[in-house]
Design a protein around this ligand. Sequence first.
Ligand SMILES: [Zn+2]
Length: 190
Amino acid sequence: MPPFLSKNALKASFITVSSNRCGCATVAALLTLKIVMTDAEYMRLALELASQAQAAGEVPVGAVVVKDGEIVGRGFNAPISRHDPSAHAEMMALRDAAQRLGNYRLAGCELFVTIEPCLMCAGAIMHARIARVVFGANDPKTGACGSVLNAFAERRLNHHTEVGGGLLAEECGLMLSNFFAMRRAEQKNV
Ligand SMILES: [Zn+2]
């Protein structure tokens, strides 16, 4: 399987074909098609949410939670506007999903986030029992999935989350570096 092809993408559509009594022609071909999104498409939605954060003056990070191919949670970075140090995109998306599903456990869910999760978010991901995390760009300053440390590699913590990084990494990283470059330029002009 290609590394970023979601298992859901393999859920095939199916065709029901029946023949008339002569058996000469197909009478009906019913096509049932489940709309399936790829990992890259989920990440694009996370990028859209990241731009919403940017529009609100926040560091642009976005996240979505997916269950059985369906988006059940959305979030973008909002600690400044919410006066909440825990309002990272991942936390917002986890909260949204937990509310929607009526369960603080998000077993079987996948989280797509534009930047490598920090230690706080890694902890919340484990508590929520997220099955799989896919992130975009590495975060060399606070990344807890391998950049600064790898919380998911700590065997003493009880979790079973699969983690992968580097999906649309360039786009995800550019969004952040452009944001910080813009902010530095604004500060110079003050
Ligand atoms: Zn975080």
